[in-house]
Design a protein around this ligand. Structure first.
Ligand code: ZN
Ligand code: ZN
Length: 335
């Protein structure tokens, strides 16, 4: 099959590689669409994310959808032909975290495009059958792929305990910030303020995603009064994180989901005095069924996020484009 392979830092080649061999519990998916994610751009540009380091050639891409074309011997044959959204992880199912139901924290996880596991910028990919979630025919291939970032947003809003009447501040109007804003409203938030320095992104956010949009540079005070119930950082920018924590009410929540600076300064006594709960989000557990419902019902307009499309032979351009252009909200690769 053809695959787009990261052969070394900042170098991608279209190569002919073996089609993945199926384990007994896996299905083979002919990939129809793959979203380009910030983490792909990071691996491409920097060769690592935290302590996950690319040492050998790697196929990137983890926001994938397609059609099942083959199945391992334990999988019912009638699954062949189903259109699916791929939950791109294979937990061990036996470690203490898997047993606790927090399989995103599995100590022996194999996750698409996290070295050394190959991802989905390819014609085919394999996945355990129960992580290939069927989607309705009304859902586009691209929306089926974007169930992955929608899942991140659902996991984030659950962590932030967003509920009826919540007021929420979201830093960063990229795909994750937009999806968090939308899901927060679905969870009952009455006010969702997104802050982003790009005017294009702020306008984009006001088209059905957030209820208000601020420029954190020219109107920083607008985002701190009155205090919010939850702050979600989807920007990874140290100033935005610091400003956001200051905007949270006593007993409120902070969830860090953005990728950027690996270390930032935090207002410790403010966090103590207000008893603010601060946490990160690492992928997701049990989000696909809800994400598919929300997309299929039209509650989340995933197709609206797609601004650019690239072929499998053009993944490098897609990664470069996504990395530096605020008007590229979501790029999708069509293998
Ligand atoms: Zn992603
Ligand atoms: Zn495990």
């Amino acid at each position: 099959m053809k695959a787009s392979v990261l052969v070394s830092m900042q170098k991608i080649e279209l190569r002919e590689v073996e089609i993945p061999r199926l384990a007994a519990d896996e299905v083979l998916v002919r990939i129809s669409a793959v979203g380009v994610c910030g983490s792909d751009t990071h691996f491409y540009a920097e060769g690592h994310i935290g302590d996950m380091v690319v040492r050998e050639s790697l196929i990137l891409g983890h926001e994938a959808a397609g059609c099942i074309v083959d199945a391992g011997r334990e999988v019912p044959r009638e699954r062949i032909g189903q259109r699916v959204s791929i939950e791109p992880q294979r937990p061990c199912r036996t470690c203490v975290y898997c047993k606790r139901g927090q399989y995103n924290l599995c100590i022996d996880m194999r996750f698409y495009a996290a070295p050394p596991v190959d991802g989905a910028f390819a014609e085919y990919a394999s996945i355990p059958a129960d992580f290939a979630h069927p989607v309705p025919d009304t859902m586009s291939d691209e929306a089926s792929a974007l169930i992955e970032p929608l899942s991140v947003a659902i996991a984030t809003c659950r962590k932030a305990r967003i509920t009826a009447g919540s007021r929420v501040l979201v830093a960063g109007a990229g795909p994750i910030g937009l999806l968090v804003s939308r899901v927060a409203r679905i969870f009952g938030a009455t006010e969702v303020i997104v802050s982003d320095p790009s005017e294009y992104r702020r306008r984009f956010a006001l088209n059905g995603w957030a209820t208000a949009a601020n420029d954190p540079i020219t109107e920083p005070s607008a985002v701190t009064s009155p205090l919010v119930d939850a702050f979600v950082d989807a920007s990874g920018a140290p100033t935005a994180i610091n400003q956001g924590v200051h905007a949270v009410r006593p007993g409120g929540k902070v969830v860090l989901v953005g990728m950027g600076a690996e270390e930032v300064e935090l207002p410790v006594s403010l966090i103590q005095n207000r008893e603010i709960e601060l946490t990160g989000v690492f992928r997701y557990t049990d989000t696909w069924p809800l994400a598919i419902e929300l997309a299929a019902s039209g509650s989340v307009a995933l197709d609206q996020l797609v601004t650019h499309r690239f072929g499998l032979d053009d993944v490098e351009a897609a990664l470069k484009h996504a990395g530096r252009n605020p008007e590229a909200v979501k790029s999708v690769v069509i293998p």
